[in-house]
Structures are given as structure tokens and as C-alpha cells.
Design a protein around this ligand. Structure first.
Ligand code: G3I
Length: 350
């Protein structure tokens, strides 16, 4: 018998003996034995676990390695916003969103697309002049139609309208509300649905995790929209939380009342910031918040998944906007997992 065949046969005998002894061998066994990712753990509950990302970070290969491995849903943090996608009127630029969709596809991840109608990060051509209602309506319809068509079949969902309400539950006085009245929300949903009938359509906001005037406003609006047959599929609870303001303990009940309206819910932009420096005690408390909010989502059947607003403190938006605050994400600036990461695993692993 030639030597190579003898070696192969011997290897086979050794492998069979190892298998018989309960020792795992081969790629399948390795995949089975390695620690499951957050996405894999969430998948066991029929949920996804996602992260936001942004184009400038994609050159950081240590970062993209974890992004591609640990998550199964990706949200572009800026690349699909109006200033990026229609920088001049009628001139569309899909390059940033396309880059993220392409990366997500390569990693077998889905995309929560964000966002079509917002008052922030609008291009100058849109904000620097007055519009009649008819003109602005046409501008809005064209933007929504073009963008949703471009990503048709490539994204799981759209945050159609972002941050439409004030804290007291009144409509935010945005360019859209002031010029078009509250009907812009139903219009936006209908136009998005026409452009991609399969994308899940969401309204998305912050400070609506607890039951209160702002989440009540969404509840009433959702009820009305559903009653009118407007294509609304879900409510996104951003969940930009801060240790100093207390945990929103009515989160689970709140998610449940929206589910009872026949709507999906999702935690869409989770981070839990703190006043710096980050102490062991604060990181431990942060971990319990990550655990509890994940448990709240798992407890409500129609809460479809959790997305962190990027996964590492290296790329968090917090320090730039809240000076002296930060350390909000489950991985630190060195890409090392924090107690919050173990807490997520614990919540998803039950
Ligand atoms: O693109 C410019 C770049 O040319 C310039 O050199 C740089 C210098 O500061 O600024 C860049 O723009 C920044 C942009 O992100 C892209 O990086 C803006 O200054 C910065 O304000 C902007 O912040 C984004 C923020 O939305 C704007 O409100 C954050 O990255 C993004 O994470 C954040 O995301 C929002 C969600 O869309 C909605 N919910 C709240 C959430 C956090 O604010």
C-alpha cells in the first residue's frame, strides 16, 4: 500500500477513535463547539441581533471582523440619510448605503434601512428655502420612491419616519409637519409601500421605551394608521439609555401593548451611556440594563430583534454629543468585550 494511503487510513482510524471517544473533529464539529455568536443565540429565539455601522469605520479590519461575525442585522448609521443620498435635488448617490448593503450580503446579514423622513441631516438645498405644501410633497415623494426602489429586495425594513414627536407627545415642528401637516406620516408610509411592498415599514423614536406621553402618542398614531389601513408594520424603540436617568421598567409592557395592535416592535439603536469615568460598578449596572432590555424583547413575541448603535465604544456617537459621557456599548474602545457583552449572552442563552 502506498505510504500516503496508509497515512490517510491511519488518520481516518484516529478520527473515528476520537469521535467514538466523544472528542470533536473536523470543521462541522468545530463550528458546533465554538462559542455561539449573539446572532446565533438570538436566532434560537427567532430573533436577530444587530449592530449599526458607518462607512468610515469599514477600513478598520479588526472592527469589521467582529461586525461580520457577531451580528445578523446591520443598520447604516448615516449612509442612507437624506444628506448622503440626495445631496443635490434630484441627484442621487447610493454609494455609502450600497457599500454597507454589499458588506452585509457578503456576511449573510440583513439590513434595517435608516432613515427616509427625518428633520436632521437634511441637505442644504432642502432646508435653505421655503417650499409650498405641493412642492414639498413632491420632493418627499420623489425621495422616498427613489430610495426605497433602489434598495427594493435588498433590505429587511425601513425606518420610514424618524423622531416625529416631542417629549410631551405633541408633533415635532419639523419642516415636514409645518409644511404638510400630520398627514405626511401616512403619505410617507404609503409611498414607501408602493416602492417596496415587501419591506417592513417602521416609525422609530427615542425616549419611547417607557409608557409615557411620547410612547402614548405613538400608540394613538399607530392605532389610527392601522384603522385607516395605512401600511405600518412596526415601531422602533431606539433605546438610547443613560444610567443617570434610570431604567425604563415599563419597557416590556410597552412593547406588549404595541404587539397587541398587530405591530412588530424592535429595539433599534441601543446604547447605555454613563458619566465618565466608567467604574466597575457602573459597567456592572450597565450590564444588567443590557440583560434586562434583551429579556424584555424576548418576552414579547412580536419584538423581532435588538440592534446596538454600533457595538464598540471606539465608534460611539455619544462622546461627541454628550461631553463627559460614554462607554455606552458592549465592546470597549480596544474591541474587548465588556460585562454588558456577557450579560447579552446570558439573556440570549436562557
Ligand atoms: O460627514 C461629516 C464629515 O465630513 C466631517 O469631517 C465630520 C466632522 O465632524 O462630520 C461628519 O458628519 C458627522 C456625521 O455624523 C457623519 O459622521 C456629523 O458631524 C455628526 O453630527 C453625525 O452624527 C450622527 C448623528 O446621528 C446625527 O444626528 C451619528 O453619526 C449617528 O450615529 C446619529 O444617529 C442617530 C440616528 O440616526 C437617529 N437616532 C439618534 C441617533 C444618535 O444621534
Amino acid at each position: 500500500m502506498p505510504r500516503t494511503i496508509v497515512r490517510l487510513k491511519l488518520a481516518g482510524v484516529v478520527a473515528a477513535a476520537l469521535v467514538a471517544a466523544g472528542v470533536a473533529t473536523g470543521p462541522a464539529a468545530q463550528a458546533h463547539d465554538r462559542t455561539p455568536t449573539l446572532a446565533e443565540l438570538a436566532h434560537r429565539h427567532g430573533r436577530y441581533f444587530g449592530s449599526a455601522t458607518d462607512n468610515p469605520e469599514l477600513t478598520d479590519s479588526a472592527y469589521t471582523k467582529i461586525l461580520g461575525r457577531e451580528f445578523d442585522m446591520i443598520t447604516p448609521g448615516n449612509g442612507m440619510k437624506w444628506y448622503a443620498t440626495e445631496p443635490q435635488q434630484g441627484v442621487f448617490d447610493w454609494s455609502k448605503g450600497d457599500e454597507i448593503v454589499k458588506l452585509a450580503r457578503a456576511n449573510h446579514q440583513r439590513v434595517r434601512a435608516h432613515t427616509l423622513v427625518w428633520h436632521s441631516q437634511l441637505p442644504d438645498w432642502l432646508t435653505s428655502r421655503e417650499w409650498t405644501a405641493a412642492q414639498l410633497r413632491a420632493v418627499l415623494k420623489k425621495h422616498i420612491t427613489a430610495e426605497v426602489r433602489h434598495y427594493r429586495g435588498k433590505v429587511y425594513s425601513w425606518d420610514v419616519v424618524n423622531e416625529a414627536f416631542n417629549e410631551d407627545g405633541t408633533y415635532r415642528e419639523t419642516i415636514w409637519y409645518k409644511t404638510l401637516g400630520p398627514g405626511y406620516i401616512a403619505d410617507a408610509l404609503r409611498w414607501a409601500h408602493q416602492a417596496d411592498p415587501h419591506a417592513k415599514l417602521y416609525l422609530n423614536d427615542y425616549n419611547i421605551e417607557a409608557v409615557g406621553p411620547k410612547s402614548d402618542a405613538y400608540y394613538k398614531l399607530a392605532q389610527n394608521l392601522r384603522a385607516q389601513g395605512v401600511p405600518l408594520d412596526g415601531i422602533g424603540f431606539q433605546a438610547h439609555l443613560a444610567l443617570q436617568y434610570g431604567y425604563p421598567s415599563t419597557l416590556e409592557d410597552n412593547l406588549r401593548r404595541f404587539a397587541r395592535l398587530g405591530l412588530d416592535t424592535a429595539l433599534t439603536e441601543v446604547d447605555v451611556r454613563m458619566q465618565l469615568p466608567a467604574t466597575d460598578a457602573k459597567l456592572a449596572e450597565q450590564a444588567t440594563w443590557y440583560r434586562d432590555l434583551t429579556r424584555a424583547c424576548l418576552a414579547v413575541r412580536r419584538c423581532v430583534g435588538v440592534t446596538v448603535w454600533d457595538y464598540t465604544d471606539r465608534y460611539s456617537w455619544i462622546p461627541a454629543v454628550f461631553p463627559g459621557e460614554g462607554a455606552a456599548l458592549p465592546w470597549d474602545e480596544q474591541l474587548e468585550p465588556k460585562p454588558a457583552y456577557s450579560a447579552l449572552r446570558e439573556a440570549l442563552g436562557r
